[in-house]
Write a protein that binds this ligand. Sequence first.
Ligand code: 6R9
Length: 649
Amino acid sequence: MTEQQKVHPVSDDFAAKAWIDKEKYQALYQQSLDDPEGFWAEQAKRLDWIQAPTKIKHTSFDSHNVDIRWFEDGTLNASANCLDRHLATRGDQTAIIWEGDDPNESKHVSYRELHAQTCQLANALKELGIGKGDVVTLYMPMIPEAAVAMLACARIGAVHSVVFGGFSPDAVAQRVIGADSKLVITADESVRGGKQVPLKDNVDAALTRPGTEVCEKVLVVKRTGGEIEWKDGRDVWYHELVDKQSSDCQPEEMNAEDPLFILYTSGSTGAPKGLKHTTGGYLTYASLTHQYVFDYQDGEVYWCTADVGWVTGHSYIVYGPLANGATTLMFEGVPSYPSHGRMGEIVDKHNVAILYTAPTAIRALMAHGDNVMDSSKRDSLRVLGSVGEPINPEAWEWFYRVIGNSKCPIVDTWWQTETGGILISPLPGAMDLKPGSATLPFFGVMPALVDNEGNLLEGAAEGNLVILDSWPGQARSIWGNHERFIQTYFSTYQGMYFTGDGCRRDEDGYYWITGRVDDVLNVSGHRMGTAEIESSLVAHESVAEAAVVGFPHDIKGQGIYIYVTLADGYEPSDELKKELTQWVRKDIGPIASPDVIQWAPGLPKTRSGKIMRRILRKIAANECDGLGDTSTLADPSVVDELIENRASR
Ligand code: 6R9
């Protein structure tokens, strides 16, 4: 039997205690499709509304008029739902367990403390002139203040835009400008794997770029006490301003469709898009999926290893768990520091019941052999989760056997920044698991497969993954550019949301995501547009032209392979390769580090001048025998040249 055919049935014992078993899933899923209004009206009751919604669903995927509204006459406050409403019943319960990069550093923040800190920062934000509708950029380490900052924005109706702490000054500048952001919240430095990352220096550099003058203030958390520059009048120490504030701040009454946050993500073309997420639908969806997909039970410690800079951190470290009154663990460091056993050691130290991580992290550990987890027992684990990219069956089985001691179901959760929450995933008490498959849709989600012409495919089939109707967690627009939103997601296939992913559906109706079908790379679960990397490269004086493709990489899933045509007067050299590598890292961030650079005197192009990436991908993957039809190339001989000089790795 190949790994792909293996099935791990739901255990009766697990199903008996789970929120959702097979029958419940079938019944609720059917109901969610037959009567979406009734189903979601009921689910919305899990939140505390100021004005309960009476209008539930108003959505159109028609490409002439994409309009998505949920609970549109309801009002609420997201931070009140994550904090205030828990105070009476669980004020002293731990909301956030923080585990520092240094294994000797950790702390517990109770719901009462988190509430007080959030109110204090909310009052401080007001003092800085921030109010409803203003955009605040967060560029922060994985410390509780990151969650506090998100919740404080939500409390006063400001919109947060979190920028991943591994991104470059240019990325920060681009996002500050794109969202007209008046304030940046950062820290002096972050600490990861024993190394300092100069966040404040990066913000300083970002704010020298033209257009960033909109940003008036920088609020700085003292994390390490490292040396930083200080700009009087602009920079404000977090502790100096926040500690003196009142811990009482009335939450702002927000409409369900008021924006909660913007989050930038890469697409196949152009600059990263700022996806706009709103309040009522997003929070309902994040909270519901967190409870059911992870089968979260009251009192359990739940750990999502993502960074808050990604959507996974938004929905499944902060909003979902806190709306549910969960204890959520936040880890500052990396799984390999101080040793590769760290993840298991954290599980033991904090009694983690649910561990949600990424295939790239699993593969990296797996490369060190089964003994890598010997320093921990991991007996507390009950459910495992995977997100960010397809998990290969070998990594799935290793995760199950070595990390989960062969007793924890794995939920392979497929979703996107655009979807706000998990759309296709097992519910651990309801689905028999097939390693490598995200299995079946969540309540209210209608996935479908279409061929390249947009024809719906029935039964077992492979095609492009689309979603036929809206769900409450869906992004409503691209910040400041609704036309681009429509263009990107709703115009490829009429009346459908196009995910950009390819997918296979098997005879049991299980979905198997095969990866992106557009020019988006997925490197260690991080999305990057090939266009972004190419435009960075051609900005270097030595580069005449560049083409970027992904290739299979054992740990990262996909690696970055770059073909460079040099400008006149430049000669290939190892020094130049190093320089270009540094250039891209500095421009976009270390996650965009090229794995391979190949000099390409010419690139394969059609007669109309389009680069044939299909061919470049094959050469990068060393599949030079199956190049397919090259007869439409303007100059087929460039292909032979590229194969001959294929970079060795
Ligand atoms: C949550 C998140 C989205 C893209 C998505 C797909 C890939 C995510 C996956 C998966 C296979 C899974 N992806 N989860 N592919 N199986 N369980 O990752 O959001 O950063 O926007 O990336 O990631 O290709 O389209 P985001």
